[in-house]
Design a protein around this ligand. Structure first.
Ligand code: PBG
Length: 332
């Protein structure tokens, strides 16, 4: 990149007025860049505020359908669903994940009924909302999360969600080989157009706490998820994860959490040129809200700057609990 030296070049020239700044803006954020994660709970007409995620609630299936309508009205193209499974339906093997009438499947159908195919439905594949131990997979005698037997269950979970009407299957479990296995099963079960958005580079992060409250797995979890989720120190390994998931048939990949991993997003986009999504996770949301409440900065300005950062780093879109707030701001 070349430019003349000062004073022939004055980079402040184009910044002097609002119209000129608008004209030279390199990155555009729109509501179509947002995916809205929603938490589902049992019952009817239920809204349960989540203390660690101020402004976010669990909704019963009827409320989820209303939120999906709201997404449609705001120009948000896709919602992501996460169930808070009743305690008596959680088990060691997470079998409730395969129940065609589970909370997740009922929510998928309710969104489909309310919005037709105008809103995308993304569903998380992993066993943690269904296991009595809060881990994403099956445990052996020593408490190790086993890979291949877990993948077999995840495949059935994915097909169960696709049968209910999911548009995008998003495996968040970090098992090896699950993308290929799920892709093959979707092809064989008459779901050739159901997408896979792989949580490819998902780190063992301290930012997931409020999410675990929201799905009710936090209190159950003993230990951590470091034997399957990635070490935050590693970037090259993330490129290998992403390369593998693409080769196994992922339509798009995800980096998670978001803000501390912008370099991973950038590297992935530069290297592979595939659609990359970021998950601005629960802890990131909660910190923005807490910062604003503490008077650090204006909430809206903080969240818009962060979302723009994801786009600038190369994201096609961002999963964020701030999606409706951001969309309203963008829609002016
Ligand atoms: C479950 C899952 C998690 C998140 C999304 N899917 C939690 C975890 O891995 O423990 C985190 C999302 C968030 O914090 O907002 N596999």
């Amino acid at each position: 990149m070349t430019s003349a030296s000062y004073p022939a070049t004055r980079l402040r020239r184009t910044r002097a007025t609002a119209w000129s700044r608008a004209m030279h803006r390199e990155t555009l954020l729109t509501p179509a860049d947002l995916i809205w994660p929603l938490f589902v709970t049992d019952g009817a007409g239920v809204e349960e505020p989540i203390a660690s995620l101020p402004g976010v609630s669990r909704w019963s299936v009827d409320g989820i359908a209303k939120r999906a309508k709201e997404a449609l009205d705001l120009g948000i193209p896709c919602v992501a669903l996460f169930p808070n499974t009743q305690p008596d339906r959680r088990s060691d093997d997470g079998a409730e994940a395969l129940n065609p009438d589970n909370l997740m499947c009922r929510a998928i159908k309710a969104v489909r009924d309310a919005c037709g195919s105008d809103v995308g439905i993304l569903t998380d594949v992993a066993l943690d909302p269904y296991t009595s131990h809060g881990q994403d997979g099956l445990l052996d005698d020593r408490g190790y999360v086993v890979n291949d037997d877990t993948v077999a269950v995840l495949v059935d979970q994915a097909v169960n969600q696709a049968n209910a009407g999911a548009d995008i299957i998003a495996p968040s479990d970090m098992m090896d080989g699950r993308v290929r296995a799920i892709r093959m099963a979707l092809e064989m079960n008459d779901h050739p157009n159901v997408q896979i958005m792989a949580y490819s580079a998902k780190y063992a992060s301290a930012f997931y706490g409020p999410f675990r409250d929201a799905v009710g797995s936090g209190g159950l979890l003993k230990g951590d998820k470091k034997s399957y989720q990635m070490d935050p120190a590693n970037g090259d390994e993330a490129m290998r994860e992403i390369a593998m998931d693409i080769s196994e048939g992922a339509d798009s990949v995800m980096v998670k959490p978001g803000l501390a991993y912008l370099d991973i997003i950038w590297r992935a986009k530069e290297r592979f040129g595939v659609p990359v999504f970021a998950y601005q996770v629960s802890g990131e949301y909660a910190l923005i809200e807490a910062g604003a409440a503490a008077g650090v900065a204006d909430r809206d300005a903080l969240l818009m700057e962060k979302l723009l950062g994801f786009k600038r780093a190369g994201c096609s879109g961002v999963l964020t609990y701030h999606a409706p707030v951001a969309a309203r701001l963008l829609n002016g």
